[in-house]
Design a binder for this molecule. Structure first.
Ligand SMILES: Nc1ncnc2c1ncn2[C@@H]1O[C@H](COP(=O)(O)OP(=O)(O)OP(=O)(O)O)[C@@H](O)[C@H]1O
Ligand SMILES: [Mg+2]
Length: 226
């Protein structure tokens, strides 16, 4: 065991400059997340949860402060190194699934493998992960529009897992699903945490947050441990 956290957010602020004035979406946020942690992030609408997730996922850059992943300062990395970190270290799961509509479920899951290896998957990995999410060959041939919300989210999870990331960032993954389907998705996330993944989960729902080991509350861009 080392003392170095997997993710360290150090005094990060994010300010949006709008014509109507500046919006401070994150206000001096410091947060350490250890390997295999399971963190729920809660807070009212507009409090900065997605802004925080975008920082953790290297989808955005802080206005001030720093982000370290695996003890590496993200700001000091090249664009290519950041792209590789997004592709290989982090899996993204969103409320709206963001599947590619013209691709089948299988092709959606295979896509990150193609980005990584520059060729179609010959290892069976994409198929195997989809099978683990309950997809047979026939269902795997469906396009997203031919799947239920819960099925689409399982495809999105399979896609997030296919390059075996250490970190899973989940922004309201059950937000578009009914309770029963949402709990099935939570069971999957709990299983992945059990297999060693570091899971960071945004939710409005205290019942969903109970699945996490730790809850962080964000209000007006400031975080505090619950
Ligand atoms: N691209 C942007 N440009 C300007 N302001 C933004 C932008 N994105 C977010 N904000 C502002 O930053 C603040 C935090 O937004 P954020 O999306 O992080 O909230 P949230 O906690 O995820 O809310 P919700 O629960 O509704 O998803 C809000 O005041 C929002 O209006
Ligand atoms: Mg949000």
């Amino acid at each position: 065991m080392t003392d170095i956290p997997l993710i360290r957010l150090d005094d990060v602020s994010k300010v949006y400059h709008l014509e109507s004035g500046d919006v401070t979406a994150l206000d001096h946020v410091s947060l350490d997340i250890r390997e295999n942690d399971f963190v729920a992030i809660m807070g009212p609408s507009g409090s900065g949860k997605s802004t925080l997730m975008n920082q953790l996922g290297i989808l955005d850059v802080p206005t001030t402060g720093s982000l370290l992943i695996d003890n590496r300062d993200v700001a000091a990395m090249s664009t290519l190194e950041r792209t590789h970190m997004r592709r290989d270290v982090i899996g993204y799961i969103f409320q709206k699934f963001f599947l590619i509509p013209l691709l089948s479920a299988y092709e959606n899951v295979e896509y990150p493998l193609i980005l990584k290896h520059k060729q179609r998957d010959t290892t069976g990995r994409a198929r195997e992960i989809l099978q683990a999410m309950g997809f047979d060959e026939k269902l795997a041939a469906h396009r997203p529009s031919q799947l239920s919300g819960g099925q689409q989210q399982r495809v999105a999870i399979a896609r997030a897992l296919v390059n075996d990331p250490k970190i899973l960032l989940c922004d309201e993954p059950t937000g578009n699903l009914d309770r029963k389907t949402g709990l099935q998705i939570m069971d999957i996330l709990v299983g992945l945490h059990g297999k060693g993944k570091t899971v960071i989960l945004v939710t409005h729902d205290p019942k969903i947050a109970e699945y996490a080991k730790r809850t962080v509350v964000i209000e007006d861009g400031r975080v505090q441990e619950a």
